[in-house]
Design a protein around this ligand. Structure first.
Ligand SMILES: NC(=O)c1ccc[n+]([C@@H]2O[C@H](COP(=O)([O-])OP(=O)(O)OC[C@H]3O[C@@H](n4cnc5c(N)ncnc54)[C@H](O)[C@@H]3O)[C@@H](O)[C@H]2O)c1
Length: 520
């Protein structure tokens, strides 16, 4: 994580890291070109210093000897760098000297999907890209160290134009509070910075999106006093009552009228300060007001920091069904100040944990290992959840395919919320029950037991209140907004990291999954 400047007053360089095949050198070249500075490509410098190709050095001297030379050369390169742009080889971060030297610079992780990396890297004579299983194992082994070192994450598929557009935000990283990380989110209809860190609200050097125009806050009455006041330069604040019961068209109407009364125009924007209810409602209100004004999301709950603030889905509930009216409206930016969670009540932390478990099941890999080992929801877990969600949305903004996996546990979860009038369970609590039902549907008994233990340990419900009408829950699943034909598609899990969507199941199977929530 970047310090103030390199040792001896040297300026931080922008250093691209990531697995082989991520496209580091191409993006680094683009940035060097945009900044009009030379690119230092560590692998090219190594070839020069070794006097032979990397593969032939590997073959004659072995990997250990290569890593030794690499650590010395790259360590020195980083220790001496004064600004500029550097691309590192995929294995450079295995060296402690390199990791230490990188701390003085802006480390940009070029994220890549393992499948894409394999397609690009194999068959090109690379010594570590010959055997697929070994390649995947290496990818998994290195993921944690890339994430740990990264100040900036560019999701898989970030193109040359996007990296240029991200440049201003990347260059602003050294001025932000220590430990702040930047994710550059891309979706079909927009790109935006996601800042994750502590004490970001009110920090002078944090580059707020949309510095021009007036900024209107929207918050609920519990969060407004606690956190909205720290958003800089608010021209006004619209308060709504807290709770899912107010995520309605009536509340959106109140917000529109308040914005109109304040004279808001399309040159202005709103800032949603609160949990998922505020984010969904304010995003929807912004999308419709004068046919669309920008929204900046400032999430203050675990649910919103790990999930709902990203991806542009906004909307309100109807008494008939959850999230039935809404639009896609990507935020202009997301500012995740994790210190706002200090005031969040324990039950709300617990509710957010259900979304963390869901995201870890979807992601598999490092995130699942961490969450399943019982790790607390810290800044790293929040960042990892955001990364998973953003990668999914980047691949499929409008729920046409892959994005549907994010609904894991939500079909039965939403049905439970609807039949209980959005009052008996928090969203996250209903998702906890929905996850267990989804694992029953998936036939994953052992994984279900593991997830149940995690949810139970976080004080989340793992059995459905006996007074709730099971048949009504079954009927409500059929009204889910994801239904396209006769039945609602479900998301099923084969293993952590292997989640698939679009499964049409028989009513008796769904009934069995709901009955599995009766308890032992
Ligand atoms: N759009 C999406 O992609 C998406 C994804 C997941 C969930 N959601 C939606 O998110 C909503 C649930 O979000 P939620 O769980 O954040 O609920 P919420 O917004 O109702 O917040 C929960 C409670 O915590 C309070 N609160 C918020 N921040 C606080 C803080 N820092 N300190 C003290 N109190 C605080 C709120 O006033 C509220 O009473 C649901 O409506 C769900 O449908 C949307």
């Amino acid at each position: 994580v970047v310090g103030v400047a390199g040792s001896g007053g040297l300026r931080p360089a922008i250093v691209f890291t990531g697995f082989m095949g991520a496209g580091k050198t191409t993006l680094a070249r683009e940035v060097a070109h945009a900044l009009n500075v030379p690119l230092q490509d560590a692998d090219a410098l190594l070839v020069e210093a070794l006097g032979t190709g990397i593969d032939s050095f590997f073959a004659s001297h072995g990997e250990a000897a290569f890593r030794e030379r690499e650590a010395a050369l790259v360590g020195e390169l980083l220790e001496r760098a004064d600004g500029g742009v550097i691309a590192l080889g995929g294995g450079a971060l295995t060296s402690p000297r390199v990791r230490e030297a990188l701390r003085s610079h802006i480390a940009v992780l070029v994220d890549v999907d393992v499948e894409v990396a394999w397609q690009r890297a194999h068959g090109k004579g690379r010594p570590l890209a010959r055997d697929r299983d070994a390649f995947v194992a290496l990818f998994d082994a290195r993921e944690a160290s890339y994430l740990e070192a990264a100040d900036v994450i560019l999701p898989s598929g970030t193109g040359l134009g996007a990296v240029r557009r991200a440049l201003q935000a990347i260059q602003a990283v050294p001025g932000t509070p220590e430990g702040t990380r930047l994710l550059w989110a891309s979706a079909a209809s927009g790109e935006y910075p996601v800042w994750v860190g502590r004490a970001l609200l009110g920090h002078q050097d944090l580059p707020w999106p949309l510095p021009e125009g007036r900024r209107f806050g929207i918050s609920d009455s519990s969060v407004a006093d606690l956190h909205a006041g720290r958003v800089p330069q608010l021209a006004g604040l619209v308060e709504i009552p807290p709770g899912e019961a107010y995520k309605t068209l009536e509340t959106a109407g109140r917000v529109w009228r308040a914005l109109a009364d304040a004279g808001a125009t399309r040159a202005d924007h709103v800032v949603a300060v609160g949990g998922g209810v505020v984010g969904d409602l304010a995003g929807f209100a912004a999308a419709c007001f004068q046919r669309g004004i920008p929204v900046v999301q400032v999430p203050t709950t675990v649910v919103s920091q790990v999930d709902s603030a990203y991806g542009g889905k906004t909307g309100v509930d109807l008494p008939e069904a959850k999230n039935y009216v809404g639009v896609y409206h990507q935020p202009a930016g997301v500012i995740v100040d994790t210190s706002t969670l200090a005031t969040l009540p324990p039950e709300e932390h617990a509710a957010g944990y259900a979304e963390v478990v869901k995201t870890a099941l979807i992601a598999g890999g490092v995130l699942w290992d961490r969450v399943s080992s019982g790790a607390p929801v810290d800044d790293d877990v929040i960042l990892a959840c955001a990364r998973t969600k953003l990668a999914t949305v980047a691949a499929d903004e409008r729920d046409g395919g892959r994005r549907q996996v994010l609904n894991l546990g939500h079909t039965i979860g939403h049905a439970i919320e609807t039949v209980t009038g959005y009052a008996r369970y928090r969203h996250g609590e209903a998702v906890a029950l929905g996850l267990l039902a989804a694992l029953t549907l998936s036939g994953q008994d052992d994984l279900r037991d593991e997830v149940r233990a995690l949810l139970h340990g976080a004080q989340l419900p793992t059995t459905l209140d006996p007074s709730i009408d099971r048949d009504a829950v079954l009927r409500a699943t059929a009204k889910d907004k994801k239904r396209v034909g006769e039945t609602t598609p479900f998301v099923l899990v084969d293993a952590p990291g292997q989640v698939s969507h679009g499964h049409h199941l028989r009513p008796d199977q769904v009934q069995h999954a709901i009955a599995s929530l009766d308890g032992d």
